[in-house]
Each structure stands twice: as structure tokens, then as C-alpha cells.
Design a protein around this ligand. Structure first.
Ligand code: 3SL
Length: 241
């Protein structure tokens, strides 16, 4: 398995895709997606723009759907939910499709949606992603951070490092594809004992704290706390593996 880390969708090489893409948006899209499926959502359908989300979800009966929209960290008007994983309760999610559009995470998903295999990972389901990769052994793997509006996000690269660290510890068949893999492991090693402190230091964590999302940060920092793997079954549609 040859492993690559990309900090943002913009930094991925053009005109090529990996055998398996692992999309990461720790704060908070891929944490929310994992939590929604863990809570019993039938599926999650991701959109990079709100207009298409509204058009596609209009074809669903209101009792079978939920609409989640986030821009700049805040809930989009007209949606049932913003992007807080804490809103993804079994009572709300059970049996429904969650239609979601977020600032960066759903754009990252779109960049790699034509890959043979697409999964999503966050700190909370890091172990499930690692297990899947060690079992399936795809030849090329991209750990893709979503970043923030084209720029680097510390928490996404740190999560990529958490995955890379577990993979390289768990198998001697991993080849390091780019220097970003080594850098991400070093970053994870620095913060692994206090991921919440890292969230409080990084720019998007601070943005969420200004929006009073302290409890979200605590939830997103709980490593390996859920045993769930979102996997793409068709472009943009994720289900429980
Ligand atoms: O950028 C995104 O996709 C979101 O996850 C950002 S937020 O955490 O909902 O603000």
C-alpha cells in the first residue's frame, strides 16, 4: 500500500485518483457523517452547493429526509440542521437520508468521488478506517484533508497522521508516498495526548469556539469512540460499511 497525505483538495495531483480515498474533515463534516450513520441514518448524501441539495432533496418525502447546511460554521437558513454532530441523535436520524452541504468537507468529497473506493474518517472513527485499509490493502491511498477555503487545517492533517501512524505501526507493507505522510505523523505525535488542546489552538477550532461549539470540540476529540465506517456506494452517497 502506497500512502499519500494531501492537506487540501487543491493540493492533489490533477487527472489522477487513488484506489482508495479517505476524506477527512475532523471539524466537523466527517465527524457528523460518521455520527449520523452511527445513529441510524439510512444514508448521507453530500453536496458542494446548497441549491442542488435543495433541488435533489425536494424529491424526497419530508418524513424521510433531513437537510443539513453549514457556511462559515453557522447553520444555513431553511435547513433542519447545521453541522453539529451532537444534533445527530437516533431519534432524529433513524431511517432518514441526511442531505448535507458544508463549506469544505463536502467539496473534498466531490474532488475524489470518482475514485474506486471512497471512505470518510475523523478522529472519532480513526480505528474503523485503519482496520478497513489494513483488511482491503488498496494499492494507492490518499488521506485527504478538507482544509478551510483552500488553506491548510491543522486538525485534518493531524487526523491523517493518526491514521498513518496506526497503519505504519500495524503493517510493514506500507510505502510512504510523499513527505506529508511523515510530517502528519510528527504532528499527530506532538498532539496525540491532548487533541482537545490542539482543537482549541487551531484556527477553525477557535472559529467554532466563537460560535459556542465547545461541546462539539470535546466530542470530535474522542479518538476511536465510534465503530463505524462511512463508505461511498455511488458518487456523493455514503452508507454504513
Ligand atoms: O468546512 C466544513 O466542511 C465544515 O465541517 C465546517 S464546520 O465545522 O461546520 O464549521
Amino acid at each position: 500500500m502506497q500512502l499519500f497525505v494531501y492537506h487540501t483538495p487543491e493540493l492533489t495531483p490533477a487527472e489522477t485518483l487513488p484506489d482508495c480515498a479517505v476524506v477527512i474533515d475532523v471539524l466537523r463534516a466527517t465527524t457528523t457523517i460518521a455520527t449520523a450513520l452511527n445513529a441510524g441514518a439510512e444514508s448521507v448524501q453530500a453536496f458542494s452547493d446548497m441549491t442542488t441539495l435543495m433541488e435533489v432533496s425536494d424529491a424526497w418525502l419530508p418524513e424521510n429526509r433531513l437537510r443539513a447546511g453549514e457556511r462559515g460554521g453557522a447553520k444555513v437558513e431553511g435547513c433542519d440542521l447545521g453541522n453539529s454532530p451532537l444534533d445527530c441523535t437516533p431519534e432524529l436520524m433513524g431511517g432518514k437520508r441526511l442531505f448535507i452541504s458544508t463549506t469544505n468537507g463536502t467539496r473534498a468529497l466531490q474532488r475524489v468521488e470518482e475514485s474506486a473506493d471512497v471512505i470518510t474518517a475523523a478522529i472519532i472513527n480513526r480505528g474503523s478506517a485503519v482496520k478497513y485499509l489494513l483488511d482491503k490493502k488498496p494499492e494507492t491511498v490518499w488521506l485527504l484533508g478538507s482544509g478551510w477555503e483552500g488553506g491548510y487545517s491543522l486538525e485534518d492533517t493531524c487526523c491523517a497522521g493518526a491514521i498513518a501512524h496506526a497503519l505504519t505501526t500495524g503493517s510493514d507493507e506500507i510505502t510512504i508516498g510523499n513527505d506529508e505522510v511523515l510530517a502528519s505523523i510528527a504532528l499527530y505525535s506532538q498532539w496525540k495526548d491532548d487533541l482537545l488542546k490542539m482543537f482549541h489552538s487551531c484556527s477553525h477550532g477557535q472559529r467554532l469556539l466563537r460560535l459556542h461549539c465547545d461541546e462539539d470540540l470535546k466530542y470530535c476529540a474522542q479518538i476511536d469512540s465510534v465503530n463505524i465506517l462511512p463508505i461511498q456506494k455511488e458518487p456523493g452517497i455514503l452508507v454504513k460499511y
